[in-house]
Design a protein around this ligand. Structure first.
Ligand SMILES: Cc1ncc(COP(=O)(O)O)c(C=O)c1O
Length: 397
C-alpha cells in the first residue's frame, strides 16, 4: 500500500484543519467494542422501512429506471414533496422552481451552506444542537456561533437572538435552527416561531430551518418556520426520520426560487442527483395514504417509549425538559453522580454496559447532560433503564 508523500499534507484545504470525525459516531464505535453493550446512542428509527415503500424501489429497478435523473430530483417526487409540505404544514412551494431533492437532509444542509457562505461569514445556532452543523459550517468557510439556551428550557428567545445579532455584527449570514431538536427533544410552538421570525424579518439573515423531525411532535402540531417567514427561509426536511428511511438518503430543500437556484447549483456540483430507487421509494412514502399511516404508527410507538423513559429517569433523579418531539431525552445528570458528562458516559459504559451520548458534545449548555435515544424496542428500553438505575444507585454519593 502506498505511503502518503509527506509534502502533500502541508497545505491541504484549511477549512478541514483540526476537524475530527463526528464524536457521536466515535463514541458509538467505542461502545460497540464492549461485549453485551446496550446502545441508546444513534439517532435513527429502529423500525424497518415499510414494505410498500421498499416495493416501489424494487419496481423502479425492474422498470429499468437506471439512468441519470434530473438534477433537482424526479418531477413526480418534487411534486409529492411539495404536496406533503402543503398538506402537513401549510407551506407553499412550486415543485419546478422551489424544491430540490437531496441526498439526505445532510447533503441538503451542506448545499445550503455551500450556496450562501462567504469565508468568515457567521452562522448563529441555538445550543445545544446537532453536532454535524459545526463541521458543515466550517468546511464551507463559515464560523459557527452558539447561543446557549440552557437557561431558557433549550428554546431560543427573541431577546437572545437580538443580543447575538447585535454582538456578532454584519458578518452574520445565517441562522441555523432545528426543531423538533436533536439533541434536546424540545420543539417550538407557533408563538415561539413567530417571535423569532419577527426579529429576523428586520434583517437580511437567511434562516436554514432543519425540520427533519417535523412528523414527530407530541401533543402539538408542527409549525414550520417557513410558514412564518417564507421569503427568508430555506426549509430542510426528508424521509429519514418520518418513514424510517435513514439508509435511503433522500432529503428535501425548499425555499424562494432565487435562493433555490443557488442551492440547486451547489447540489448539482456536489452530487449530480439522488439515486433513482431511493427517489422511487420516497415518492411512495410522501404521496400515498399508506405512507401517511406509517409515520403515524411509528409516532404512536415513540410516545409510549418517551413516556416510559422520562418516568423512569425522572424517578432516578435526572432532570428532563419535557421532550415534545423527535426521539431523544436530554437529561441533566443527578446530583451525587459524576457531573463530568464524558466521564459519566464512559463510567456507565464500563460498569453497566449501557451507552448514552455525552451532552457537552452538542455544544455550550449541554455539559452535565446525557442524550438518550428512545428509538429502540421497549424490551431494550426496559433493560436499559434497569442498567441505568443499577448504575445510579451504586455510584451516587
Ligand atoms: C437534526 C438532524 N438533521 C439532519 C440529520 C440527518 O438527516 P439525513 O439522514 O436525512 O441526512 C439528522 C440525523 O440524525 C439530524 O438529527
Amino acid at each position: 500500500m502506498p505511503e502518503t508523500k509527506a509534502g502533500l499534507l502541508t497545505d491541504l484545504k484549511h477549512t478541514y484543519d483540526g476537524l475530527k470525525p463526528n464524536p457521536i459516531r466515535v463514541f458509538d464505535a467505542e461502545a460497540s467494542k464492549t461485549p453485551g453493550v446496550l446502545k441508546l446512542t444513534l439517532g435513527e428509527p429502529d423500525f424497518n422501512t415499510p414494505d410498500h415503500v421498499k416495493q416501489a424501489a424494487i419496481d423502479s429497478i425492474n422498470n429499468n429506471e437506471t439512468h441519470y435523473g434530473p438534477s433537482n430530483g424526479w418531477p413526480k417526487l418534487r411534486k409529492a414533496a411539495c404536496h406533503f409540505l402543503k398538506d402537513r404544514y401549510d407551506v407553499d412551494y412550486d415543485p419546478d422552481t422551489e424544491m430540490v431533492i437531496t441526498v439526505g437532509a445532510t447533503e441538503g444542509l451542506h448545499s445550503c451552506l455551500d450556496a450562501i457562505l462567504n469565508p468568515g461569514d457567521k452562522v448563529l445556532m441555538p445550543s445545544p444542537t446537532f453536532s454535524l452543523y459545526d463541521q458543515l459550517i466550517r468546511i464551507n468557510g463559515g464560523i459557527p456561533v452558539y447561543i446557549n439556551t440552557s437557561s431558557t428550557g433549550f428554546v431560543l428567545t427573541p431577546e437572545q437572538l437580538e443580543d447575538a445579532i447585535a454582538k456578532e455584527g454584519p458578518s452574520v449570514k445565517a441562522v441555523l435552527l432545528n426543531f423538533p431538536s436533536n439533541p434536546t427533544g424540545v420543539t417550538y410552538n407557533e408563538a415561539q416561531v413567530k417571535a423569532i421570525a419577527a426579529v429576523l424579518a428586520k434583517t437580511n439573515i437567511i434562516v436554514i430551518s432543519d425540520e427533519i423531525y417535523s412528523e414527530l411532535t407530541y401533543g402539538s402540531i408542527h409549525y414550520s418556520f417557513a410558514k412564518a417567514l417564507p421569503e427568508q427561509t430555506l426549509l430542510v426536511n426528508g424521509v429519514s426520520k418520518s418513514h424510517a428511511m435513514t439508509g435511503w438518503r433522500i432529503g428535501t430543500v425548499s425555499g424562494p426560487a432565487k435562493l433555490m437556484q443557488r442551492v440547486a447549483l451547489a447540489h448539482a456540483f456536489n452530487v449530480t442527483v439522488a439515486s433513482n430507487p431511493a427517489m422511487a421509494a420516497a415518492t411512495e412514502a410522501f404521496s400515498t395514504e399508506e405512507g401517511r399511516q406509517d409515520s403515524l404508527k411509528m409516532k404512536a410507538e415513540y410516545i409510549k417509549r418517551r413516556d416510559y423513559v422520562v418516568k423512569k429517569m425522572t424517578a432516578m433523579g435526572f432532570e428532563i425538559p419535557e421532550p415534545t418531539g423527535a426521539f431523544y431525552v436530554f437529561a441533566k445528570i443527578p446530583e451525587g453522580c459524576i457531573q463530568d458528562d464524558t466521564e459519566f458516559c464512559y463510567d456507565l459504559l464500563r460498569k453497566n454496559k449501557l451507552a448514552v451520548i455525552v451532552g457537552g458534545g452538542f455544544g455550550p449548555g449541554g455539559e452535565a447532560h446525557v442524550r438518550v435515544s428512545y428509538a429502540a424496542s421497549m424490551e431494550n428500553l426496559h433493560e436499559a433503564m434497569k442498567r441505568l438505575k443499577a448504575y445510579v444507585d451504586a455510584n451516587r454519593k
